[in-house]
Design a protein around this ligand. Sequence first.
Ligand code: DGY
Length: 409
Amino acid sequence: MTDLDDKARAILRLNDKGGYTLPTHGLYPYQWNWDSAFAAWGFATFDNPRAWDELDTLMASQWPSGMVPHIIFHKVDPGYFPGPDVWGTGQTPPTSGITQPPVAATMARLVWEMDPDAGRDRLAALYPKLLAWHRWWHEVRCTHGPAAIVHPWESGRDNCPDWDIGMAGVDGSSVGPYTRRDTGHVDPDMRPTKEDYDRYITIVEFGRNCGWDDKTIVDEGPFLMSDPGTTFVLLRAHRDLAVLGQALGHDVSQIEEWAAALRSALPQIWNPALGAYDARNLRTGAFANVLGSGAFLAYLAGAGNTELDTQLMRVWDAVSYGIPSADPEAPSFHSRKYWRGPSWPFLNALLAIGFTENGRADLAERLRAETEMMLQKHGFWEYFDPLDAAPCGGADFTWTAAIWLTWAR
Ligand code: DGY
């Protein structure tokens, strides 16, 4: 047990609101979908029942369609924009109207494997909800093949260069007046631009105006792109859900069919000119032509290849602290601007799972060591400059603390 372990546990307790965990105080004062799944993984290292509570509160917000929203507004907090009134989803408790990468089944499997007997009833109760969410992904968002997102926020990699071509087609000029809150909590230069926000809110307004109708949003919404990151997270999560279903004695052939269909769609997001997986604008067919961490999540889904290995080592060797979220040699790279270059410890931990499973324990160890150096220097920040490890975004961050606890073992 190290000093860093103690601090990580203290952060999870600090951000624990009783059944759900905030990503960080101030900047993100609600429950976020994939942050919460990582929190569960961290809690499982010292409080297994609390881990299941986290997954329960997340899945309790599921919509009748099966969609699981990306924010659950348990208690109104004026320090965040856009709040529940802007989303207008009519849910109780209020939620946003979009989703986030479906990492929950993968995290549920990791939590369950830490104490299978104690977790069996909790897992049995959660399983049908996870299944319904995966069905929603297959039926609503995989109709073009790979997983599609309708808002950059759904990718969880909000302002990465992958979305620039899709965002260029969103007219943010007629958005009503609003006040951002994020730039009051952290250095504005580390956050998305005003032009980004005008477009983010325009897409939210489209969803609200059509009553959050899935089909209208996919068919006519201002933004629709294939996301390699979400595709690989979903592909991996299908596999984990099938393992969980089998352990519970269920027939999992349908999940296996969803996974096979998704895997067979991967060539659609392989960009030969880039030598990597790439995001694609589904309104025009164009590739984004930028390399980012979404492509590297292929390793998590067992979909790596030697060309991707070459790209991975090129971008990784260009920095010193973990895998950068965007290509350091691209003009769009910014080492401290959110998803346009920084190194994200939670994503490094996810990639390390993929490396280990693909027989590259050496890469997983390098990634762990580089991530540990950032945490030792500055603590559990949201993300870091991959060139000099400068701490960025929010402090005392839940998923950074959570992954450290799992990684330290
Ligand atoms: C934010 O507010 O920056 C979030 O990432 C949106 O989910």
